[in-house]
Design a protein around this ligand. Structure first.
Ligand code: ADP
Length: 385
């Protein structure tokens, strides 16, 4: 059978040149799949390792169309790309991962939430507002009660654009724009499931991972697999994630973030139609990583086995508080002596407080052993300027 490997012209066009792109590139290199990358920054993590690196805006229609000319498939590694360009490429017969109709829904948290409601997918209750003023009027009229979670429709990222509102004073400083007010969920734990579907009818979910939060800083400290939840609950989460992907009719990867409530109910929080931070540990922990699975989906190759090989724990390597500027990795030699631990350094020239500069994944005979290794390696390493 002819495959992409006998087509010397086969090339993937990737929109975005950050760390997710860099990890796609390293799998692509291993499988000898050519990838060109578009990113606005000349020193993006993907500047090395791409067949061609083009500096330009993935938000600009003409730039994306010119960049993708002649490519056989298009992928994204960031959601803020020009969805009109993806639609135009699809009209020309170029498959895009994600498909433009999926991306459009996901680019707006209001549309995304409405999608779950319309498709009978469990999600927390919510009200939609066209403006912040409408929301405050709803409070004044007694139609919206504290506490709730405010989420900006478009333009939020990494926690900006999401705020727990407990009292009227918390409203100060919220961004203007279309938004939702969600019921504050009594979360037992947060689970991520990356799902893959291809066009030859195969689908698979990667093993569910559990996000462990730092006890005081409101940040994910470790991503852990397997989760400590009972196997029946995990099976429900993986089945629900697959249902979400089918409802979107999404091909390629869909990372599904779920809440498991204290009363044992699953709720969909949000999804990302691309490789995801919660799936990084699949590189060391699974037979096939999320990055390889995406490439297989894009290239018409069969799905790889996504089974967990051994317990694994991932920790992000983030910029230390109080340091901004050209990056330095202090304590790296000590950190790198940790057994069972792989380091991924993203190659960002500048550090900032809490900027994701890399991650590490530790494997072990048990989750506890993997977590202890990940904690030791992370604590030994300081990202400073
Ligand atoms: P972002 O896209 O910025 O990551 P999320 O929608 O994932 O935003 O929300 C960030 C975090 O806020 C979640 O991981 C969760 O801890 C908390 N959160 C979000 N929605 C709710 C909710 N309805 N109830 C309780 N906590 C929530």
């Amino acid at each position: 059978m002819a495959s992409i490997f006998s087509n010397p012209d086969f090339q993937i066009a990737l929109l975005g040149g950050g760390q997710l792109g860099k990890m796609i590139l390293s799998e692509a290199r291993r499988m000898d799949i050519a990838v060109r990358v578009l990113d606005p920054s000349a020193d993006a993590p993907c500047r090395l390792g791409a067949q061609h690196f083009v500096q330009g805006s993935f938000m600009d229609f003409d730039t994306v169309m010119a960049f993708a000319e002649g490519a056989q498939a298009v992928a994204i590694e960031i959601e803020s790309v020009n969805a009109d360009a993806l639609e135009a490429l699809e009209a020309k017969g170029v498959p895009c991962f994600p498909q433009s109709h999926v991306l459009r829904i996901i680019q707006n948290k209001v549309a995304q939430k409405q999608f779950y409601a319309d498709h009978g997918l469990p999600t927390s209750d919510f009200q939609r507002f066209s403006t912040l003023k409408e929301l405050t009027q709803a409070i004044d009229l007694g139609r919206l009660a504290f506490p709730f979670v405010w989420k900006l429709g478009q333009g939020g990222y990494d926690g900006f654009g999401v705020s727990v509102i407990r009292i009227a004073d918390d409203l100060a400083g919220l961004s203007e724009g279309e938004c939702i007010a969600e019921t504050l969920v009594d979360i037992g734990c947060e689970i991520g499931v990356v799902v893959a579907r291809n066009k030859i009818g195969e689908s698979q979910s990667f093993p569910a991972v559990e996000m462990e939060f730092h006890p005081t800083a409101n940040q994910v400290e470790f991503v852990v697999c397997p989760s400590a939840l009972p196997p029946e609950a995990i099976a429900e989460a993986e089945a629900l994630a697959l249902r979400v992907s089918e409802a979107f009719n999404a091909f390629g990867l869909l990372a599904v973030e779920l809440f498991y409530t204290k009363s044992g109910q699953w709720l969909v929080n949000e999804v990302a139609p691309r490789p995801h931070n919660s799936g990084h540990l699949t590189i060391e922990a699974c037979s096939t990583s999320q990055f390889e699975q995406l490439l297989r989906c894009m290239c018409g190759l069969p799905m790889g086995d996504s089974k967990l090989l051994h317990p694994a724990v991932m920790a992000n390597i983030v910029g230390a508080e109080g340091f901004s500027g050209p990056v330095r990795y202090d304590g790296l030699s000590d950190a790198m002596r940790t057994p069972g631990t792989a380091f991924h350094i993203y190659g960002k020239a500048q550090t900032r407080p809490f900027r994701k500069m890399g991650h590490l994944t530790s494997v072990g005979r048990s989750v506890d052993e993997a977590r202890a290794r990940a904690a030791a390696a992370r604590d030994a390493l300081q990202v400073r300027a």
